[in-house]
Design a protein around this ligand. Structure first.
Ligand code: PLP
Length: 722
């Protein structure tokens, strides 16, 4: 039996433009994660889908309409070696999955990324019906049946594939909820060996990590219960539980929610930036309203980018000359990058000019690069509406004045695809094409077709300023700005996602953006800040030339940007964080739960069932008062707790209150007296709480079931308040 470290499931992987099986940031992140794992020799295996036609190739016609081309992917073109996975007899390995009452077959491509293997399932095999052969043609189909089929193939098929390959992962990492059916399949496999459902669930949970990327409820993958019944009607019972129990793992607002399923079946959950961690806690709080936002067990690991993929070749040579020789291996160490400050200004500036010229040439843009050329602002990403591509055009007259100054010209380059079924996204493209044709924007606004990794590289290396104006807090992290920063391109961005923690006042520009529930007003304010930054800070700084026409202060900022951001927002740091915060503890936990014939898992399952069945806990007679007898202002708490059949050692009793800002305070209460069977008096005291009537009013006593075997304080999502 091969013990195979970590398995990383993702619906998309962006490794290279020659393998276009990604649509945007999520896929690029997965690709960069895999590459960093290979660099760091982390034992990781990837599982995904090979989309025969990939994400579409974009053409923009005369009228600004996006055309979708689907050329068959040519595997000969892939820069990573791709092979068909075969069984011991040399025949293609075929995986079967049940889909809506029929069997569907899938073959597997393996892609080698250094030491990491990526397995990609694909249903284009002869034994399938014509319709089933097309199931894995494209990414994120609009049709719900095709979509659930792909997710069943990814989760259930992927798990079956690993079993067929003899791979037994210690840690299962779900990158976004699309793959979460894998947990059901793992439970089914255990059930087939005679393991009871609740125990199997504990085994699965203990060894699973979930990374969420979606800051809004609308972004979650949701299937109707009807649809679940159609696809899983003959599957529920195979898990050893009734339909209701299985559905309860994902049931939310009358439907089956893949994010909920992922949360229910993992022991660690993380968002992809600090701010996104908080936003996610607020989102999940709606699902667990009796747990305060602060206590929702969601961690965060901020996204990074793979330095080797995104750094311009010329810039890499410059770093090779000036940084310690092993800088690439030590990319997560700030000391290594400090040497950027000592690079002569002229060398850094000229290297950037080379990247700029290369980009202009590649895009066939007739712009002079004399003396640094015009200030070029880049805006490129998926044309999803929350990213507000049109924000900079809000006051088109003012923008025309900004761009059109003959002494200080400014050029805007935009690029991006809108999902084929995203009408409003495609409308944005049409609008931008229309604007770019206006006389006042001629030669000042350019749109580049078919944004993909190749175009992204040219842009993040070649523009001067990287603009990002999402509607805060909709950007979970964003990564393109990190690619830009690495290359000495300065960010001007809404303080959302990673930039909220990356911006230090000297390494770019920030649009603070106040979230006040009125998106229109927010957009108006953000636009004003953006124009002001351009007019008063960015453009003057860029055109303030010193010796040999070098903008010294600008170059200073470039250095500050590289030094402060490159060591943090890279995938070496990120994968290291995943390793220490998530993979190592989860691997230990998974092993502990599975050891000795699943002893801990069975115990935890039985314990949870007992607590759930016996939970009728009540909190009464809460009393909070100041005790000045000792002279130093102690606050004392007491409460009567009716525990019923539950032992006092199995609960934590605490006073919980708001600190008047966004935090909470807690004081532990201990049992001091048993009044009757199952009825206790609890007391606690704290010197730290400045009690007054307001504070008293929002202090409450909470009882929560605990166990040293729980992954977090709120694992049962259960508590009683009084
Ligand atoms: C990096 C990258 C993204 C992510 O962009 P953000 O808007 O910063 O999240 C999307 N698409 C491509 C092609 C990229 O290279």
């Amino acid at each position: 039996m091969q013990n195979s470290g970590i398995v990383y499931f993702s619906a998309e992987f962006g490794l290279d433009e020659s393998l276009p099986i990604y649509s945007g940031g999520l896929g690029i992140l997965a690709g960069d994660h895999v590459k960093a794992a290979a660099d760091l020799k982390i034992p990781l295996t990837g599982v995904g889908i090979f989309y025969g036609k990939g994400y579409f190739q974009q053409r923009i016609d005369e009228g600004g309409s996006q055309q979708h081309l689907y050329p068959e992917i040519d595997l000969e073109e892939s820069v990573y070696p791709v092979r068909l996975v075969r069984d011991d007899n040399g025949r293609p390995l075929i995986i079967e999955v049940p889909l809506n009452g029929r069997q569907v077959y899938a073959k597997t491509w393996s892609v080698q990324v250094g030491s990491v293997t990526l397995y990609l399932l694909n249903t284009d095999v002869e034994t399938n019906s014509e319709a089933d052969r097309r199931l894995t043609d494209t990414l994120y189909p609009g049709n719900q049946d095709v979509r659930i089929s792909q997710e069943i193939l990814l989760g259930i098929g992927g798990t079956r594939l690993l079993a067929a390959l003899g791979i037994h992962p210690e840690v299962w990492h779900m990158n976004e909820g699309h793959c979460a059916f894998l947990s059901l399949e793992r439970i089914r496999m255990l059930s087939a060996e005679g393991v009871p459902f609740e125990t199997a669930l504990e085994v699965v949970k203990a060894s699973t990590v979930f990374t969420t990327h979606t800051p809004v409820p609308a972004g979650h993958d949701v299937f109707s219960i009807d649809m679940m019944d159609r696809y899983f009607g003959d599957y529920y019972w195979q898990l050893g539980a009734d339909r209701e129990r299985v559905l309860s793992l994902g049931r939310m607002d009358g439907a089956f929610n893949m994010t909920r399923l992922a949360v229910s079946t993992s022991s660690k959950v993380n968002g992809v930036s600090k701010l996104h961690g908080e936003v996610t806690r607020e989102l999940f709080h709606r699902w667990m309203p009796h747990i305060p936002v602060r206590d929702i067990p969601v961690d965060s690991v901020t996204n990074g980018i793979h330095t080797g993929t995104w750094l311009a070749a010329g810039m890499k040579e410059l770093f090779d000359r000036h940084l310690p020789s092993d800088w690439a291996l030590r990319a997560a160490e700030p000391e290594v990058w400090a040497a950027v400050r000592d690079i002569p200004d002229i060398e850094l500036w000229e290297e950037h000019q080379r990247a700029k010229s290369k980009m202009l040439q590649a895009f066939g843009l007739p712009l002079s690069s004399e003396g640094g050329g015009p200030l070029i602002i880049g805006f490129a990403r998926r044309f999803a509406t929350y990213k507000r591509a049109l924000l900079i055009f809000s006051d088109s007259e003012r923008l025309a004045r900004i761009l059109g100054d003959p002494n200080r010209p400014v050029v805007l380059i935009l690029a991006g695809k809108a999902h084929p079924s995203d009408g409003p996204g495609q409308e944005l493209i049409r609008k931008i094409v229309e604007l770019s044709r206006e006389e006042r924007f001629k030669d000042r606004v350019h749109i580049v077709e078919n944004y993909a990794m190749d175009k992204a590289k040219l842009l993040v290396q070649g523009v001067d300023v990287w603009l990002n104006t999402p509607l805060k807090p909709m950007e979970a992290s964003g990564t393109s700005g990190q690619k830009a920063a690495l290359n000495g391109v300065l960010n001007c961005s809404v303080l959302d996602g990673w930039w909220e923690e990356g911006y230090n006042g000297r390494n770019g520009w920030a649009i603070e953006s106040a979230i006040d529930g009125d998106p229109e007003l927010q957009t108006k304010q953000d636009t004003e800040v953006l124009y002001r930054l351009l007019e008063e800070e960015i453009i003057p700084l860029f055109y303030k030339r010193g010796d040999r026409m070098i903008p010294m202060e600008w170059v200073d900022r470039m250095k500050e940007s590289i030094c402060s951001l490159a060591p943090v927002y890279n995938t070496h740091r990120m994968v290291n964080d995943y390793w220490h915060k998530l993979y190592v503890p989860t691997s230990a936990r998974g092993k502990r739960f599975a050891a000795d014939n699943l002893e801990v898992a069975s115990r935890v399952a039985a314990y949870k069932q007992f607590i759930r069945n016996s939970w009728s806990v009540q909190v009464r007679n809460v009393d909070i008062h100041e005790n000045n007898s000792s002279g130093n202002g102690m606050t004392k708490f007491s409460a009567e707790i009716q525990l019923g059949a539950i032992w006092h050692g199995d609960v934590r009793v605490e006073a919980v209150g708001s600190d008047g800002h966004r935090g909470i305070w807690k004081v532990i209460l201990e049992p001091v007296q048993q009044q009757a069977k199952g009825l206790y008096v609890y007391e606690g005291a704290s010197p730290n709480i400045p009690i007054n009537n307001i504070w008293k009013a929002n202090a409450n006593v909470r009882v929560t079931p605990i166990s040293p075997d729980f992954a977090n304080d709120f694992e049962m999502e259960l508590s009683a308040w009084g």
